[in-house]
Design a protein around this ligand. Structure first.
Ligand code: SF4
Length: 443
């Protein structure tokens, strides 16, 4: 028996053809619907954690600290300090009498042992309830140690995962120095790429190919020192708009840096992204290099993936990912592979992104915002999806339904960005969809 759709959720689910009213999105999750979204603190943590020489102190019960490096396995070309996680491990007595002393002791200990230049202190739910003055503790620690100690007040009840993204962006803005107009560089910052499986390095290689320097990366393989140079860049290239468009907008307001959304997923979008950057910041020579490079690499990726297409043509894909911009790229990528997208949803998509999706997919494709597992199950079955592309929370759902799965979230170990990512993705989708195991699992 399929699950019923809760009355309050009906406006968050659409068939693409019945789009008379815009989809309901960018809103709090409905109580009782068991949303796939993570909490505010997790949203902030996933954005800040990849800064390779930063320390993260989770001020709260030990359970909150379970969101560690493991949930976003971003890679580093240098320090590995960010893979450590610290918690004040608040207990009942701290809740009654306050946790400030424990937080001060934790900062002292981290300073004594590692002497980092940058610490983020996350205030979790219970800290928001008992009212520890985390800002004051951080201010005092900055004075005492001369390091940056930045409070991220992210109790779960202050919003949803998107609120956490904004808090992380605000914390980054507190870190950045004012723009010095004497130091202007003709390079770009890459925003919203977290160097999962080395993807920031792939994008940096492409920029090098067309002669565009990368000043800073937010936050894949970032370091405190390199972040400080960000205000001198000439353009912000925003890959994951869901988490970092807000930072781009703030940097435009405060530093005058223009931004462009650019997706590096799929042949079409990767080529468009590289050419866009060249058009916006490059010389005639940069544009020529971009044209030659994208033509050569597109042709190569298309040639390498072509043998898989006969095994994938006509298969049905379902997508449930974090942001709308990635979902759009995935729909296009499946189209390049001869596959149809029958269901597409996101945790934190924006109204304009859903509008693009509606125009991109078939009229009977289901579009969902902030879905829960029973809704995903209902539409995966109803639409006869052959594969679900999602994250760690969606994986067991697909497997229990006997459907192939591809991880396109934080935990993945293969690069899925750029032309090399197209090859990896196509190979993985083919292996998963055409695995003989489904004959037995579905039987
Ligand atoms: S207690 Fe609050 S901050 Fe901690 S993991 Fe749960 S919702 Fe997030």
């Amino acid at each position: 028996m399929y699950a019923r759709i809760l009355e309050e959720r009906k406006n968050s689910i659409r068939y693409a053809e019945k789009n008379s009213a815009p989809i309901h999105c960018e809103a709090a999750s409905i109580s009782g619907a068991v949303s796939q979204r993570a909490c505010v603190y997790c949203g902030a943590r996933v954005v800040l954690n990849p800064i390779t020489d930063a320390f993260h102190i989770v001020h709260g019960p030990i359970g909150c600290a379970s969101y560690t490096w493991d949930i976003r396995g971003s890679l580093s070309s240098g320090p590995e300090l960010y893979r450590n996680s610290f918690s004040t491990d608040l207990q009942e007595k701290d809740v009654v009498f306050g946790g400030v002393r424990k937080l001060e002791a934790a900062i002292d200990e981290v300073m004594r042992t590692y002497a980092p230049r940058l610490i983020f202190v996350y205030a979790t739910c219970i800290v928001g309830v008992i009212g520890d003055d985390v800002e004051a503790v951080c201010r005092e620690a900055e004075r005492k140690y001369g390091a940056r100690v930045i409070a991220v007040k992210a109790p779960g009840f202050s919003g949803n995962k998107s609120t956490g993204y904004r808090m992380a962006c605000d914390a980054l803005m507190r870190l950045l120095p004012p723009r010095d107009d004497h130091i202007r560089k003709n390079g770009v910052n890459i925003l919203g790429d977290y160097n999962l499986a080395g993807e920031t390095w792939i994008i940096k290689t492409y920029m090098r190919e067309i002669g565009v320097p990368v000043i800073s990366t937010f936050t894949g393989d970032a370091s405190y020192e390199r972040l400080l140079a960000a205000p001198s860049a000439g353009l912000n290239v925003v890959q994951c708009a869901g988490s970092m468009l807000y930072l781009a907008q703030r940097m435009e307001q405060e530093f005058g840096i223009p931004w462009v959304k650019a997706s590096f997923f799929g042949i079409e979008d990767t080529s468009t992204a590289i050419r866009q950057v060249a058009d916006l910041i490059g010389s005639e020579e940069t544009r020529r290099k971009a044209r030659v490079f994208t033509e050569r690499e597109s042709e190569r990726a298309a040639r390498l993936t072509a043998p898989y297409h006969s095994r994938l043509r006509g298969k049905k894909a379902a997508i449930f990912v974090g942001g709308g911009f990635k979902a759009i790229s995935l729909v296009r990528q499946f189209r390049e592979m001869g596959m149809e997208t029958v269901m597409v949803g996101t945790q934190t998509g924006k109204a304009d992104e859903y509008e693009v999706l509606e125009n991109l997919v078939s009229p009977d494709t289901v579009i969902l915002d902030d879905a829960n597992p029973s809704e995903l199950e209902k539409f995966l079955r109803e639409k006869g999806a052959d594969i679900l592309v999602g994250g760690v929370k969606e994986r067991p759902l697909a497997y229990k339904l006997g459907i192939a799965f591809c991880d396109h979230n934080h935990e993945r170990k293969h690069a899925l960005a750029g032309y090399v990512g197209v090859e990896n993705f196509t190979r993985e989708v083919n292996l998963s969809i055409n695995s003989p195991v489904w004959r037995y699992a579905r039987g």
